[in-house]
Design a protein around this ligand. Structure first.
Ligand code: NBP
Length: 477
């Protein structure tokens, strides 16, 4: 299906999405605050399709047929509000404003409500895949009303990545749902990268492999269950040598990971929802720790590590397999936690989010694309109300099979003082989930002791308090 759309914001993402839309036969009306970007796009790629460049917001809006579909691709936050404020007075009832930036989902809820008051549709849309995906097929997560999806959905589906004949674009839910799931997607991406980094670190510092050798290990893992974009590019980055020094590239990069904020938002939201996304949180905190250069420099000088010699690893291949198992099992935990957060967010906000459909559209186009997501899609197809991915037959058996290696690696990391917070916390989560009794009972006792916070009993209904400062009689509250 071909139609017309306006794109405002022609930096790297907007320009590439505009080109992708034009290549799929849609007429694309172009606008950017600074005219030079529109001119540059026309000069370099104007011949690729049916573009209509405009020089002002008024001309942009007037060039679009009603109901208008307008995609905003500007810097998230105040930039998006500034563009909306400029556009809205010029729009007519029924027009659709799509925000493809990395907006906070609460901002999207606010904007949806404000535009609805003026009879306008707002479609907060997650877009993943970076620059390359925007041009050749991203994974697209639109929110908004059914009515607006009926109009813009086919256009967005036409430019999305395609896996097994299915476009990587689905109507996620109303108002902020699209940006919420994009946020969690990014959180999962943080966890994925942290786990990959821990696997690398163990192979390097426990086994003594070179970056190139580890790159080969990752390339071989990419042939199996771990087959994914991130594992594939890990092999590439590890095999790369720095042109200036001839050293492994990974050795000349400053070891301080940066972040733009979606990982932090994911954890903040998870805290509000009470969902333990420990894998994502560890990844966000590990990046934060890496950036604390002063503390690290001070600690390196004085904090002793374990006083043990590195035991030689007798079976190198078995150790590599154990690390693969730790990576795989920890990854299942991180994804399970991310999907739990999506379920909780949907419930809290009144969205109907189909987790299987999300796994389906994350199979291609986006940064976390992986063969593994097809298993997740299947799990939710088998059991749409699955409480946790970890109990689905496939993942239960896969993690059980990986358990020995996972435990060995976490033990080893602790013994030799190699930080592996993602592997270790995922294992603690797994053990916490399956434990028959948790020490939470003691915590309840302490809370009752110091604050009369009460507790429930295993053998009787009701709420109880023990008179700790008195004769320790138990009262019913
Ligand atoms: P940037 O995030 O770098 O934003 C640059 C664009 O925003 C330019 O077109 C700029 O106009 C415009 N802009 C700004 Br800044 N303030 C404005 C304002 N007050 N009024 C009007 N326009 C304004 O561009 P990007 O990297 O292409 O990303 C666009 C969006 O897509 C962002 O929200 C980003 O988070 C999201 N996203 C990015 C990726 C990625 O991989 N980069 C992936 C997925 C989503 P100017 O030319 O006049 O300065």
């Amino acid at each position: 299906m071909t139609s017309q759309i306006g794109v405002t914001g022609l930096a790297v993402m907007g320009a590439n999405l505009a080109r992708n839309l034009a290549r799929h036969g849609h007429q694309v009306v172009l606008h950017n605050r600074t005219q030079a970007r529109t001119d540059a796009l026309m000069a370099a790629h104007g011949g690729e399709g049916d573009f209509v460049p405009t020089t002002s917001t008024e001309e942009f809006v007037q060039s679009l047929q009603r109901p208008r579909s307008i995609l905003i691709m500007v810097q998230a936050g105040p930039g998006t509000d500034a563009v909306i404020d400029e556009l809205v007075p010029l729009l007519d009832e029924g027009d659709i404003v799509i925000d493809g930036g990395n907006a906070r989902y609460q901002d999207t809820q606010r904007r949806t409500a404000a535009l609805a008051e003026r009879g306008l549709h707002f479609v907060g849309t997650g877009v993943s895949g970076g620059e390359e995906g925007a041009l050749n097929g991203p994974s697209i997560m639109p929110g908004g009303s059914d009515e607006s999806y009926a109009i813009v959905g086919p256009m967005l589906e036409s430019i999305a990545a395609v896996v097994d004949g299915t476009p990587c674009c689905t109507h996620v839910g109303t108002d902020g749902a699209g940006h919420f799931v994009k946020m969690v997607h990014n959180g999962i991406e943080y966890a994925d990268m942290q786990l990959i980094a821990e696997a690398y670190d163990l192979l390097r510092h426990r086994l003594g492999l070179s970056p190139k050798e580890i790159g080969d290990v990752f390339a071989s893992w990419n042939e199996g269950d771990l087959d994914s974009y991130l594992i594939e590019i890990t092999a590439e980055v590890l095999r790369h040598d720095d042109a200036a020094t001839g050293k492994p590239f990974v050795d000349v990069v400053l070891d301080q990971a940066e972040q733009k904020g979606t990982g932090r938002w994911t954890v903040q939201s998870a805290l509000d929802l009470g969902v333990p996304v420990s894998g994502i949180a560890e990844a966000v905190f590990a990046r934060a720790l890496s950036g604390h250069a002063e503390q690290r420099a001070a600690a390196q000088k004085v904090l002793p590590g374990p006083q043990v010699e590195l035991d030689p690893v007798e079976d190198r291949d078995a150790y590599i397999e154990a690390v693969r198992q730790a990576l795989y099992a920890s990854k299942v935990v991180a994804y399970a936690q991310g999907f739990d957060q999506i379920a909780a967010g949907a419930e809290e906000n009144g969205w109907t989010v189909d987790r299987g459909a999300l796994a389906t559209i994350w199979r291609g186009g986006c940064i976390i694309r992986a063969r593994f997501l097809d298993r997740i899609r299947q799990a939710f197809a088998d059991e749409p109300d699955l409480t946790t991915l970890l109990t689905h037959d496939y993942f239960r058996d896969a993690v059980a099979a990986a358990q020995d290696g996972w435990r060995r690696v976490v033990t080893d990391a602790a013994r030799y003082g190699i930080p592996a917070p993602g592997f270790a916390s995922a294992l603690a989560y797994y053990d916490g989930l399956r434990a028959e009794r948790l020490p939470a009972a003691l915590i309840q006792g302490l809370r009752d002791f110091f604050g009369a916070h009460t507790y429930r009993r295993v053998d009787r209904d009701g709420v109880f308090h023990t008179l700790w400062g008195d004769d320790r009689r138990e009262e019913t509250r």
